[in-house]
Design a protein around this ligand. Structure first.
Ligand SMILES: Nc1nc2c(c(=O)[nH]1)N[C@H]1C(S)=C(S)[C@@H](COP(=O)(O)OP(=O)(O)OC[C@H]3O[C@@H](n4cnc5c(=O)[nH]c(N)nc54)[C@H](O)[C@@H]3O)O[C@H]1N2
Ligand SMILES: Nc1nc2c(c(=O)[nH]1)N[C@H]1C(S)=C(S)[C@@H](COP(=O)(O)OP(=O)(O)OC[C@H]3O[C@@H](n4cnc5c(=O)[nH]c(N)nc54)[C@H](O)[C@@H]3O)O[C@H]1N2
Ligand code: SF4
Ligand SMILES: [Mo]
Length: 726
């Protein structure tokens, strides 16, 4: 018998609400849910393909352990016993830092796994916590940490009210937004244009989004900080300064260090002419509501943190930061206790070999391989990955794969056998997305609009632990040294929930200050699971019932409104955002000024530079196996785009094969000659390997990083190409 259910798609940041038709345990059809208050019917091929993911016989359903060089299925008990023995041996003999953790991208869309692994990391107490953030957005978060004191406070364009947008290194038509939940971007852009809005894009490639822009400027990869610096100086010459309403410090220091960035020098380095730079500045200063937005092209490059920082400096100068139609700080119903702190979560400790700084409690993946390879106290001997595929997604892949193969013990929590998990001693399978719940606890505060949405599991999962309980079991194992019984795990979860409640009741600025922990513990529901923490955070949030207020939200209210509740456009709230001790926005943190000074010494290069791109049918390194998404040959996605002038120079034509060589390695791919890519730049998607395509990250040197955050500079890699016989 057919029935229907609703579920938020967990793949990307659009967060589409889906209508799902099921027949028993089988998904029959998936469509965009038009009634979803946030996504209003948006869906893409990846969302539709979740039916195939759910039914995929290759998706792992039983734990696997390595026996005589082969992965064989085993029971959960045996898998946990093995993990308990080995992890605790390593922890006791060489300490918690010899066990590293790698947190992959899908954890951001999986609330049970994400909160559970957080508890695991806290129990483990290792300083070697890595994540896909250092091959993605950490520079933006660090910029916000240094500026506002909160790396979780990332402003997003208020697209429904702005009328001028400068977009650098982002392609939301394909990516559906990033650090910005913006489903139906195409329609929103149309409405923006109908209101008279103007979009200017800055990208070395005429991307799918750039094609819809009012103006597009090709830029030499990695030079965005020059462009932004010059725009800031132009804005000053046009009479703009830091508006009085922003409470800031170190303004003069910033402007002094920016002085040497003249528009002429910036034009020379970026390839954008000086009159065009002036025109961008004029459009920014004269627009009623302007906003500057940058993504992967601005973070995964040599000046990722500086560039991200300068984006917000412009938003401040134009008065856009925190005002309607500008760069706003959205909110979500789920709230954490306030996070006031003495100093930024930055550089509190350093990596052992290269001395890279900690960023928001994490080490950069740039040092993962060397920390495994280098002998001595603190050497990484074991790794636990959660929903990540670092062998494909991280830099210097071949070296990293070798390093991972040399580990004493490796556990992967994943739903597939792939380039990373095949190296594991134990693989613990997650559930199908339809067997777990969904709440955007991380991205919910980056929506184009505020909303409250939650999806319960569509199907009951009876055959194995959900990822919250699995992570909690791992936490118990490293905490207590034994595998928990069901009763142990219940008690452990109760204690954890009670300690979370205590964090809220001890927060003098929060609504639960001084309330009774046990009383709250007794009234949050349901009985078990990550839902208890969700209920707690929602009830303690801005719209919450604060355990007593009539009409306030709790989780149950969200369950009863499966299409979500619209909570309106974001409101100005900078006073809540700036949590640095002096409550001033820091315009010149030392790490930024140092990188600004480094910028000054870089020169023009005429090397061929490699950059990445995304495709609507793919999502990083996974989903390629699903029939719906792998229609057509892989060659149709994983090819090198080359400008006609470069093609002529290298004597290659479309469909020829080339070897791309960098300082670290070489890969072979087919070519497509295209005017979409600027001269001197080539573009290739990441996430491929084997028969599906070549792995981009074999070409990325581990040491090529953004200065302040040591995030991988995966874009702008100098390469050479030569035609080969296929
Ligand atoms: N050259 C280049 N490299 C890049 C990028 C680039 O632009 N250029 N982009 C970077 C970016 S932005 C990112 S975010 C990273 C991504 O880097 P990673 O997070 O390391 O890699 P993914 O390819 O997202 O792999 C996700 C893994 O999670 C598993 N998985 C999916 N859903 C679940 C689940 O619900 N539970 C569990 N347990 N496992 C699950 C999948 O099987 C897959 O193995 O790649 C980065 N790498
Ligand atoms: N279809 C699909 N959607 C996805 C993903 C996917 O793999 N496939 N991945 C998801 C993830 S994990 C993320 S983080 C987001 C990323 O979301 P986006 O950042 O919007 O996506 P990208 O397509 O990587 O866009 C980066 C752009 O930067 C440009 N670029 C490269 N180098 C430079 C540079 O030096 N300067 C400038 N100005 N531009 C540069 C590239 O040409 C590209 O157009 O997408 C998410 N959505
Ligand atoms: S755009 Fe596609 S992948 Fe992203 S949330 Fe929507 S349906 Fe899922
Ligand atoms: Mo990402």
């Amino acid at each position: 018998m057919l029935s229907t259910g609703k579920r938020i798609c967990p793949i990307c940041e659009a967060g589409c609400g889906l209508n799902i038709t099921t027949d028993g345990r089988t998904v029959v059809e998936i469509r965009g849910n038009k009634d979803d208050v946030f996504s209003t019917g948006h869906v893409c091929p990846k969302g539709i393909s979740l039916a195939e993911l759910d039914a995929d016989p290759d998706r792992l359903t039983r734990p696997l352990i390595l026996k005589n060089g082969k992965h064989v299925a085993t029971s959960w008990e045996e898998a946990f016993e093995l993990i308990c023995t080995r992890l605790n041996q390593i922890k006791e003999s060489t300490g918690p830092n010899s066990i590293a953790v790698y947190i992959g991208n899908p954890t951001a869309h999986n609330v049970g796994l994400s909160m559970g692994l957080g508890i695991f990391c806290a129990s483990l107490g290792s300083s070697n916590i890595f994540s896909a953030g250092s091959v993605d957005q950490l520079p933006k978060q660090l910029a916000c940490e240094l500026m506002f004191g909160d790396g979780m406070a990332v402003p997003v364009p208020d697209i429904e009210r702005c009328d001028f947008m400068l977009m650098l290194g982002a392609n939301p038509i394909v990516s559906n937004g990033s650090l910005w939940m913006v489903p139906k971007f195409r329609e929103k852009l149309r409405a923006f244009h109908e209101r008279g809005g103007k979009l200017v894009t800055i990208d070395p490639r005429l991307s799918e989004t750039a094609k819809l822009a009012d103006q597009h400027h090709f830029i030499r990869p990695g030079t965005d900080a020059w462009l932004l610096g010059a725009i800031i100086n132009e804005l000053r010459m046009q009479g703009l300064d830091i508006p009085d309403r922003y409470r800031v410090k170190n303004q003069q220091t910033l402007f002094q260090h920016l002085q040497s960035i003249t528009t002429e020098r910036a034009a020379n380095l970026t390839g954008i002419q000086d009159h065009q730079i002036r025109s961008i500045a004029t459009q920014l200063s004269t627009a009623k509501h302007s906003v500057v937005y940058g993504r992967v092209g601005t973070t995964l490059q040599v000046h990722g943190t500086l560039t991200s920082f300068l984006v917000e400096i412009i938003n401040i100068m134009t008065g856009s930061l925190d005002s309607a139609g500008g760069a706003m700080f959205p909110e979500q119903p789920f709230a954490l206790p306030s996070r006031k702190k003495e100093t930024p979560d930055y550089n509190r400790y350093q990596s052992r070999v290269s001395g890279y700084p900690e960023v928001l409690g994490q080490m950069p993946t740039a040092c993962l391989a060397e920390e495994i390879e280098t002998a001595g106290e603190g050497k990484i001997r074991a790794l636990v990955t959660f929903a990540g595929n670092p062998v494909i997604s991280n830099q210097d892949s071949n070296r990293l794969a070798n390093a991972l193969s040399s580990l004493d013990f490796m556990i992967c929590v994943d739903i597939y056998h792939n380039e990373t998990t095949r190296l594991a001693d134990v693989i613990l399978p997650g559930t199908s997305p339809f067997e777990d719940s969904h709440y955007d606890h991380f991205l919910g505060a980056m929506g184009y609009r505020n909303s409250a949405r939650y999806s319960p599991p569509l199907f009951e999962n009876t055959s194995r632990p959900d990822e919250w309980s699995m992570s909690l079991t791992l936490a118990f194992i490293v905490d207590q040294g034994t595998v928990p019984s069901a009763a142990d795990l219940d008690e452990y979860e109760n204690n954890i929930v009670a300690s979370y409640i205590a964090n809220y009741t001890q927060d003098p600025d929060g609504p639960l200050f001084n309330r009774d922990v046990q009383e709250i513990l007794g009234s949050i529901g349901p009985e078990r699971g990550v839902e208890r923490l969700l209920d707690l955070g929602i009830r303690a949030g801005r719209w919450g019932d604060h355990f007593g207020k009539a009409d306030g939200f709790n989780l149950q209210r969200l369950i009863e409104t499966p299409d979500g509740i619209d909570l309106g456009p974001p409101r100005p709230r900078l006073n809540e955002i700036v949590i640095s001790k002096d409550q001033l926005i820091d315009l010149a943190p030392a790490a930024i000024i140092e990188d600004l000074d480094r910028l000054d010494t870089s020169g023009v290069s005429d090397e061929l530079l490699l950059i990445g791109r995304r495709n609507i049918q793919t999502n990083n390194s996974w989903l390629h196996n699903l029939p719906l998404l792998s229609k057509g040959s892989n060659k149709s996605i994983c090819y090198l785009e080359l400008n006609p002038l470069d093609a002529e120079k290298h004597k290659v034509e479309s469909d020829d094969w080339v070897e791309i060589r960098s300082a670290t390695g070489a890969i072979r791919v087919p070519v497509k000659v295209s005017k979409l890519i600027s001269q001197g730049v080539v573009s290739l998607p990441h996430g491929f390997s084997g028969h599906r395509g070549a792995n981009y990250n074999i070409l990325a040197a581990a040491a090529r990083v953004d200065g302040p955050s040591a995030t991988a500079a995966l874009n702008g890699i100098p390469v050479t190409i030569s035609r080969i016989k296929k």
